[in-house]
Design a protein around this ligand. Structure first.
Ligand code: MG
Length: 395
């Protein structure tokens, strides 16, 4: 849907790319003088309620690289609580300051994202923190080389359709009103947070409200049990996919559910690496892949997951973590790759007001892919004036 031109084939109603994807070019290293960990609090434009709780503001964690040739920025895509993933903001900040940046500063490879990213894998887990360090250096390298992240990754789309994520609502009318709001803003598909007792009824009402032409997805964030009869009732809502119905560790349960439901099962939380994607697909637990570059440890790794999904014929799309414009710009580069089969999480309403960086707003329902150097987004200096900054010098 996002890209791919005429090349591709159908898998369960999804258009899947099967053309060639070129190898990534090596980039000249930059001379890094310092890393900074930057924390700034921003209000969410729309409070977000999921199966795990309600959020109305966000402590945004950024990694900044100062190099002789250029600076680089990356947003660390983590949540405030360890309810989506074991990795969360305070832990990521500690891992950055105590484990990743000291190694990056001392290892002699701080100026090359590929070499540095591989070296930092000595720190287990903490994928989003590792991804932020690697992306900040990559951003500086790309800015120094006057290349965009999208171009370097092999993106083929210049704009991608924007998908909106709708939170949990106690009243169905509130869900329908939020859906209308997102569709008016240009959303090409709707992804709805669901939880036990608040899934089948609201989704069937939403389907009746928006008609058959709007792709709908549901995301349960692992809140259901395999024997819950409401999961079977979801088959009537005509979903493009049902995301993470069961606990992230329950791959066999997801495989059994995939056998029982006509709705394709999508996984998110457990797909923390290319190997995890391979295992979940091989088990029959994952029929659609939600790809979050931070969750797989970086943008090179995201390209590898994208490429493998293309090889396997597994539909893939880019999910979001309530990023600011800085993180959304970097995700857009992946969402513009040719293998994307479903619109990414790029809520056209935006998530923050004010935002750290403004994306070019939807035109005919599509968000422009940044084509400036690096990710194409630099955080607003005025908003960063109140940020807490910790500096790590590179000798
Ligand atoms: Mg999800």
């Amino acid at each position: 849907m996002a890209a791919g031109g005429d090349v591709g084939h159908e898998v369960r109603g999804y258009r899947c790319h099967d053309g060639p994807v070129p190898a990534l070019d090596p980039l000249p290293a930059v001379r890094v003088r310092a890393f900074e960990v930057v924390t700034v609090t921003l209000p969410l434009k729309m409070p977000m309620t999921t199966a795990a709780g309600r959020h109305d503001h966000r402590d945004v964690l950024l990694v900044h690289v100062e190099a002789d040739e250029a600076e680089g920025w990356a947003e660390c895509a983590v949540e405030p609580d360890p309810t989506y993933s074991p990795e969360f903001a305070a832990a990521a900040r500690l891992v950055l300051l105590d484990h990743l940046l000291p190694r990056a500063a001392a290892g002699g490879a701080a100026g090359d994202a590929a070499t540095l990213g591989d070296a930092l894998r000595v720190v287990r887990g903490h994928e989003a923190a590792r991804a932020a360090v690697e992306l900040a250096v990559l951003d500086a390298q790309l800015r120094a080389a006057h290349r965009s992240l999208a171009d370097w990754l092999g993106a083929t789309a210049t704009a991608v359709p924007a998908g909106a994520a709708l939170g949990l609502h106690d009243a169905v009318d509130d869900l329908l009103a939020e859906a209308d709001d997102a569709l008016r803003a240009g959303a090409a598909r709707l992804r709805v947070k669901v939880a036990p007792g608040r899934a089948a009824g609201p989704l069937q009402a939403l389907r009746a409200h928006v008609g058959d032409g709007v792709p709908l997805q549901a995301d349960a964030n692992g809140s259901f049990s395999l024997d819950d009869p409401e999961l079977r009732a979801l088959d009537d809502a005509g979903l493009a996919c049902l995301e993470q119905p069961l606990d992230p560790t329950d791959l066999l349960g997801h495989a059994r559910l995939a056998d029982a439901l006509a709705t394709p099962i999508c996984l998110d939380e457990p797909l923390t690496s290319l190997g995890a994607v391979e295992a979940a697909v091989a088990l029959g637990a994952c029929e659609v892949v939600c790809l979050k570059p931070a969750r797989v440890g970086g943008w090179r790794q995201a390209r590898a997951v994208h490429d493998r999904c293309v090889q396997l014929g597994v539909p893939v799309w880019v999910g979001g973590m309530l990023e600011t414009g800085v993180g959304r710009a970097a995700n857009l580069a992946v969402a513009a790759l040719p293998g994307m089969a479903l619109a990414p999480d790029l809520d056209p309403r935006g998530r923050y007001d004010p935002d750290l960086a403004e994306l070019r707003v939807p035109v005919d329902g599509a968000v422009a892919v940044p084509d400036g150097p690096g990710t194409g987004a630099t955080p607003d200096a005025g908003l960063l004036a109140a940020a807490e900054v910790v500096r790590v010098l590179v000798p």
